[in-house]
Design a protein around this ligand. Structure first.
Ligand code: FAD
Length: 332
């Protein structure tokens, strides 16, 4: 019944910018991030994942973007053919479907990797046609077969360059110079921040300078990489404010649910796992016990962040909606 009313009246807070959600909030909001399903699965897998979480009336839902991967397929004559495969297509379509299905704001992630400026412009026009006015603007990681990030020959090297293209469009500046008085889509722009430093940045200070440049170029808010030690987030917020970055900072949160993550997460996301948490996980004897430790840690993290006054608790659900459900019900 509660779910019925929440979804029925969700539209009151719908088709707003992330920053408007924050401005109008009476307390800490929650939001979720999902991945598009693997090619071949239906949109229902997303709804099944999100349905229980809708009870918490999330302010918005982010949908990640995944660039295509280069693969080599063996042909009948024994030679190999190079093909570009997108394993998780559909970010923009999923956002539109979520908005239609739940009457909730969806935030597509936009990346530089693999895209020309023209393709990006077309994607932004699609978003505008669909009534999607929130974007999280990112560079994207290196392709799996590359050691370093290589921009598309007609694309962008850094997130700030992509962001400038979004800003241009907001000001009616299209790549075709002869478009005069074109529509000016009013996108709310999110940008990524790294409490523990982006792994390519030589030091925190330089990373902070690049973050500041993104905010000065028009980013409306910062969404952070996951972290497991709140002190790192508190210090990051302090540094941002000391450097004149005054936009909202949304913490990104993820539960640890298996032992392998103790090595995988630092390797992929370049984040530290506090020894208190890693010791707890290592001592756990069963998968259920590991999940319990990870859940309790995230509840503690979330409660502390809420007390600190974060505008939104943003959860990376990544196939673990039950854990996120158990966390959010204790926090909100
Ligand atoms: P940038 O801001 O461009 O920064 C990249 C590096 O370059 C940093 O080290 C920065 O200090 C440096 N730098 C920035 N500007 C300059 C400059 N002018 N000169 C020199 N150096 C500079 N990836 C995906 O592929 N899909 C997703 O959906 C996705 N979602 C994400 C969501 C969040 C909240 C976060 C935090 C990350 C996400 N990522 C995603 C990962 C992200 O794409 C990678 O972390 C990527 O390596 C960096 O992206 P960025 O937008 O921070 O890049």
């Amino acid at each position: 019944m509660l779910y019925y009313y929440l979804t029925k009246f969700a539209h009151i807070f719908y088709q707003m910018k992330v920053t408007e959600h924050i401005q109008q909030a009476k307390g800490t909001l929650v939001s979720f991030e999902i991945l598009p399903p693997l090619k071949g699965k239906t949109i229902n897998s997303i709804y099944e994942h999100l349905d229980p979480l809708m009870e918490f009336n999330p302010a918005f839902i982010n949908v990640t973007y995944h660039r295509s991967e280069t693969m080599f397929k063996k042909k009948l004559d024994g030679t190999f053919e190079k093909v570009e495969v997108r394993k998780r297509p559909g970010t923009v379509a999923i956002c539109a479907a979520l908005m239609n299905h739940y009457k909730i704001d969806a935030v597509p992630h936009l990346i530089c990797g693999g895209f020309s400026k023209r393709e990006t412009e077309d994607a932004l026009i699609d978003l505008n046609f669909l009534g999607i006015n929130n974007v999280l603007v990112l560079r994207g990681d290196a392709a799996k077969n590359e050691a370093f990030f290589e921009p598309h020959p007609d694309g962008h090297k850094y997130a700030i360059d992509l962001q400038k293209q979004v800003m241009d469009l907001k000001n009616g500046i299209y790549l075709e110079e002869d478009i005069k008085n074109g529509v000016r889509p009013d996108f709310c722009i999110g940008t990524a921040g790294y409490p523990e430093k982006h792994f390519e940045a030589p030091n925190l200070k330089m990373d902070m300078e690049h973050l500041k440049a993104k905010v000065e170029a028009g980013a409306d808010y910062i969404m952070t990489q996951m972290f497991f030690d709140n002190e790192k987030f508190f210090q990051f917020v302090k540094e941002c404010r000391a450097n004149g970055i005054n936009v909202p900072i949304i913490p990104g949160l993820k539960p640890i649910t298996n032992k392998k993550q103790l090595t995988i997460l630092p390797k992929i996301f370049h984040v530290d796992i506090p020894s208190e948490l890693s010791n707890g996980i290592l001592k756990a004897k069963t998968d259920e016990e590991v999940e319990k430790v990870g859940t309790e840690w995230l509840i503690h993290q979330s409660k502390e962040l809420k007390k600190f006054g974060v505008p939104v608790l943003h959860y990376y659900t990544l196939g673990k909606p039950k854990v996120i459900y158990n966390v959010v019900k204790e926090v909100i």
